[in-house]
Design a protein around this ligand. Sequence first.
Ligand SMILES: [Zn+2]
Length: 126
Amino acid sequence: MTTDPRSPATALQGSRCSGCSVSVYPADDACPRCGGPADPATLSGAGTLWTWTVQRYAPKSPPYQAPPGGFVPFALGYVELPDGVRVAAVLDVDDFEEVRIGMPLMVTAGEGVPRARPTTGHKGNS
Ligand SMILES: [Zn+2]
C-alpha cells in the first residue's frame, strides 16, 4: 500500500493544531480541543471503518443533486484515521455485504463528500 505523491488533489486537506497536535477534517483554522490556531495539513487517508449506514433514500435537495440515472442507495460511513480524525465518506463498495466495521479503507477527497474504498486486495482472510 502506497500513497501517490503525484495526486495531491485527492488527498484530504485538513488542519492540525500547532499546540496539541489535534487534526481535524474538514480544515478549520481553530483547534476544536484547545481553541488554538491550526495550520493546514494533508491527512493520511488510510484508516478503518468506525461505523456506517446505508442511505436508502435521496438526501434533501438542494443541496443534494441526484445523479443522472437517479438516486441509488449508497453506503455512508465514518472512517477513523490514524490522526484520530473521523471522516464521513461515501463507501465505494460493490456490495453492502462486504462492509465490516474495522475494515481498512483509503479515503480520498473529491467533489462533495469524500469517498472511501476498501484497501484489502482479497476477501476471506479469516
Ligand atoms: Zn489544540
